[in-house]
Design a protein around this ligand. Structure first.
Ligand code: F6R
Length: 263
């Protein structure tokens, strides 16, 4: 796992956007997995800036979002469909036909989840998957205990997640209890993974998933099994890490890393 420490939220966001932009420039028809929530807002802002000012071209890019609340229509202002169009898609030149976000209003959720997995396969798999992390260690909505082999499915949200996400709703009672989410197994199949995290409340879980044991109780720890996982942390989220000196040495000696590792 490559751990990249940054000084603040802006630097974290620009670093993450730079990694995504490099992927798109290298392969214009990249398949990118996307996340919602507060964490990637700065990354999306920077990608929009890069599109407007540097000509970053999304016209051939295909996207797959991680998850959606079950029961919310795409026009609901707390749905992840709405979030993605407001905060990214409507500001860039993506082809709407290439956008995939789980649907919260489906008659047969199980059939939809199978279809979603099929679509990812048909698109050639995900080249780069962006992730945030929940304070309970979840990636997408894979709550503690989710199998590392899990695929896209309906998942019950943890009490902590409902509490954390209540800030977006009028009150806690309005937060849906179920979501459609890519599984840990689905995520691990992405060729590259990029997890971003900021804020003091994420510090304990960042320490746990980066430097702690691999366990389904902290589903993000599954990233330790991935051959190309990058983690970009802002200072407060990184504050409890024990090997900060090592991660910083790598950052400060980029020329050597490039020379010996080719990246
Ligand atoms: C969102 C998602 C979630 C969030 C996580 C962190 O699509 O999959 O796993 O990334 O809950 O949310 P924020 O960024 O709001 O702290």
């Amino acid at each position: 796992m490559e751990v990249i420490l940054t000084n603040d939220y802006e630097e974290m966001s620009k670093t993450a956007a730079g990694i995504i932009a490099a992927q798109i420039r290298k392969k214009p028809d990249s398949v990118i997995g996307l996340a919602t929530g507060s964490t990637p807002l700065g990354t999306y802002k920077e990608l929009i800036r890069m599109h407007r000012e540097d000509g970053l071209d999304f016209s051939k890019v295909t996207t797959f979002n991680l998850d959606e609340y079950l029961g919310l229509s795409p026009s609901h202002d707390q749905s992840y469909n709405y979030f993605m169009w407001e905060n990214l898609f409507k500001h860039i030149n993506i082809n709407p036909e290439n956008v995939h976000i789980p649907q919260g209003l489906v008659d047969d959720a199980e059939a939809f989840c199978e279809w979603y997995e099929e679509r990812i396969k048909k698109a050639g798999g995900i080249d780069l998957q962006l992730l945030g992390i929940g304070s309970d260690g979840h990636i997408a909505f894979n709550e503690p205990g989710s199998s590392f082999g899990s695929r896209t499915r309906v998942k019950t949200l943890e009490e902590q997640t409902i509490k954390d996400n209540a800030r977006f709703f009028k009150n806690e009672d309005e937060v849906p209890h179920f979501a459609i989410t890519m599984g840990v197994g689905t995520i691990l199949e992405a060729r590259k993974i990029l997890l971003i995290a900021n804020g003091e409340n994420k510090a304990p879980v960042c320490k746990a998933f980066i430097e702690g044991p691999i366990t389904s109780q902290v589903t993000a720890s599954a990233l330790q099994l991935h051959p190309h996982a990058m983690v970009v942390l802002e200072e407060k989220a990184a504050s409890m890490l024990e090997r900060k000196k090592y991660y910083n040495w790598i950052r400060d000696n980029k020329h050597l890393v490039q020379k010996y590792l080719g990246r």
